[in-house]
Design a protein around this ligand. Structure first.
Ligand code: SF4
Length: 226
């Protein structure tokens, strides 16, 4: 499992609210605090990837527990079998950092690397953590397509792109499932509804929608217009 080394991430305490929050979390049912990662969660995947999927932040009992994005919670339970079906993941299961999962042509990370209360990072926390995301995107030299998983990740990416002159206004690239935007440097940004258990249970997201979006992303990554 490859990871981009982000200087200062381990032990980062830029966001006092989040550092305090994860330092005081009670364990989940039937688990001990020692079972939890409770620290910034690095992205992982294929360093030669043409596609990067950016989520919002670690899930309380998923990435914040296991230390790997979307691993061990409902969002991952939905996502990884379909990533496997689409050829982006070596196996359908994602249960722990040592489960043998490898990503192919895909890197997965979050806009905010620490678990926020109620899954809601504030504007300062997005901003504090954005340099790590910038570093990840810069390191992925073959990158062609960025998937923004959910509105929060999308907005954080737009702020990053605006700061780098890749868009002029945030309103140029509205979020929507399957909405495709081309940045001035040629990168594609593709919006995707979050794969959270809530979205799946309410029917906002389903297998067909996610697989169709992955096909669209593959076409863009191969250099074809959609
Ligand atoms: S969210 Fe990011 S910037 Fe804030 S403390 Fe965690 S790693 Fe540091």
């Amino acid at each position: 499992m490859a990871r981009i080394k982000l200087n200062g991430l381990q032990g980062c305490r830029r966001c006092a609210r989040l550092t305090e929050f994860i330092g005081q979390l009670p364990p989940g049912k039937g688990r001990q605090r020692d079972d939890y990662h409770n620290a910034p969660v690095n992205g992982f995947g294929d360093l030669q990837a043409r596609v990067c999927l950016v989520g919002l932040a670690p899930g309380a009992h998923g990435a914040n527990r296991t230390g790997r994005p979307f691993t061990g919670d409902g969002a991952g339970l939905f996502m990884y079998p379909l990533l496997h079906q689409a050829g982006f993941a070596s196996q359908p299961d994602a249960t722990a950092v040592n489960d043998g999962l490898e990503l192919q042509d895909l890197y997965i990370t979050n806009a905010v690397k620490c678990l926020p209360p109620e899954n809601k990072p504030n504007a300062d926390e997005f901003s504090n953590c954005r340099p790590y995301l910038v570093e990840e995107l810069k390191t992925l030299k073959n990158l062609r397509v960025i998937i923004s998983l959910g509105h929060g990740a999308h907005k954080s990416l737009l702020r990053l792109f605006q700061a780098r002159g890749l868009i002029n206004r945030l309103s140029e690239a509205p979020f929507g499932h399957g909405a495709v935007h081309r940045l001035t440097n040629g990168l594609w940004l593709v919006g995707c509804y979050h794969t959270s258990r809530y979205n799946v249970q309410t029917g906002r997201m389903n297998n067909v929608m996610f697989i169709d979006l992955l096909k669209q992303v593959k076409t863009l990554a191969q250099g074809d217009n959609v």
